[in-house]
Design a protein around this ligand. Structure first.
Ligand SMILES: [Zn+2]
Length: 387
């Protein structure tokens, strides 16, 4: 799919060229690492100056890199021409589907959001969703810079079937074995990437966010749902069935609410926002209300929040012991739990950790809902610059 050229579709603009592995690596180095000299890129990628000169000339000709200001670099004392990525020349569409809404953004090559839209899904029928994405693409695309890649993120399993591409199972849409990427590619005449939303966010954070440059990373999202994404040896972990990281119903020891779904004490039953509201059991109080009560010192609300933090700690320690990542990131709409009950979180991590384990390199990352759609756009960017 990579290297497929974009149609003009009634708009005029640049066409994404065929990129070989060295082109991709060079573009990625400048895009992620910022403006660089040829000498720096050649050194970082282990390339000869001659081959790098040829590759960068082509990338400049194709409108992906541009020669920038002169800057004195390194120990030679000679001024070197800096190469910059032409981020603003390229457009990517990212779509996040929930059970009832569609969130879409158009970003540039550097994943900066340029325009966004949020609207109800007209229906959950596959063909209706495809038609709606097509309309949104046309609406958000500006005439001078057509979209050259599309990413879609959704809750559910995304399996790669030999010869069949990505198959989607989405319980929120009632989809089973839906070849959504292939159908969207036919409709949009563009390369389309689809991934589970949490894995999509993990890949985006690895390329442009808190995980840049790391070989291993675990990302936990907490909020309405509970998700786990992982990077191991620089690669996104998907699993044989597209179901890696499903720890939301991991049985937990100790007291806690019993899950309506799995019938056990599990992280979902104490950590998802809906379960927390249910545990508080105070009519008229929603998740935000629960947090407000906890901040004001309400004993019942604090009990619920602390229980959530303990479940989170068990998950963090389990993931740290399983993968020994360079960083564990907690993000999502529910991260208030980590601030309100940090002591319980840290104590639970310690209680569930291997006795000889080093401290978990934990990071709490702020989250806005449009991160999901932006991460979907990054999925499309990633497909263009990674092998
Ligand atoms: Zn459960």
């Amino acid at each position: 799919m990579s290297g497929q050229t974009a149609r003009s579709g009634g708009t005029s603009g640049p066409t994404w060229p065929e990129l070989g592995p060295v082109h991709r690596a060079t573009l990625r180095a400048v895009l992620v690492g910022g403006p660089s000299s040829r000498a720096e890129i050649a050194r970082d990628l282990g390339l000869s100056r001659a081959s790098l000169t040829r590759v960068t000339r082509e990338l400049v000709d194709w409108g992906l890199l541009v020669e920038g200001h002169m800057e004195r670099r390194g120990t030679t004392g000679r001024p070197g021409e800096m190469l910059h990525a032409r981020q603003d020349a390229w457009r990517f569409l990212g779509v996040k589907l929930t059970g009832d809404r569609l969130y879409a953004v158009v970003t540039d090559l550097g994943a900066r959001v340029l325009v966004e839209v949020d609207e109800p899904l007209r229906s959950r029928e596959v063909e209706d969703v495809i038609a709606q994405i097509s309309v949104v693409r046309t609406r958000l695309e500006d005439g001078r810079s057509p979209v050259v890649g599309v990413g879609v993120a959704l809750g559910g399993d995304v399996r790669t079937v030999p010869g069949g591409g990505a198959m989607i199972d989405s319980p929120f849409h009632g989809w089973r074995d839906v070849p959504l990427a292939r159908r969207l590619e036919e409709e949009l005449d563009l390369p389309v990437q689809i991934e589970n939303d949490v894995r999509c966010l993990t890949a985006a954070e690895h390329l442009f966010g808190v995980g840049v440059g790391l070989d291993s990373l675990v990302l936990l999202t907490i909020g309405v749902g509970l998700g786990v994404g992982a990077i191991v040896a620089g690669q996104l972990v998907t699993g044989a069935q597209g179901a890696a990281g499903r720890l939301d119903h991991l049985p937990l020891s100790g007291d806690g609410p019993v899950c309506d779904y799995c019938g056990r004490v599990c992280p979902s039953a104490s950590l998802t926002s809906g379960a927390m509201v249910q545990s508080l059991d105070r009519p008229g109080t929603d998740y935000d209300g629960l947090l407000t009560l906890a901040r004001a010192g309400d004993a019942d609300a604090l009990r619920v929040v602390r229980g959530a933090a303990r479940a989170l700690g068990a998950l963090v320690a389990t993931l740290a012991a399983t993968l020994d990542p360079q960083k564990v990131v907690i993000t999502g709409d529910g991260i208030a739990v980590t601030a309100l009950a940090r002591e319980e979180l840290d104590a639970s991590i310690a209680a569930h950790a291997h006795p000889a384990a080093a401290p978990v390199p934990l990071e709490i990352a702020p989250f806005a809902f449009d991160e999901w759609a932006r991460a979907a756009a990054v999925l499309a960017i990633r497909a263009r610059i990674e092998d």
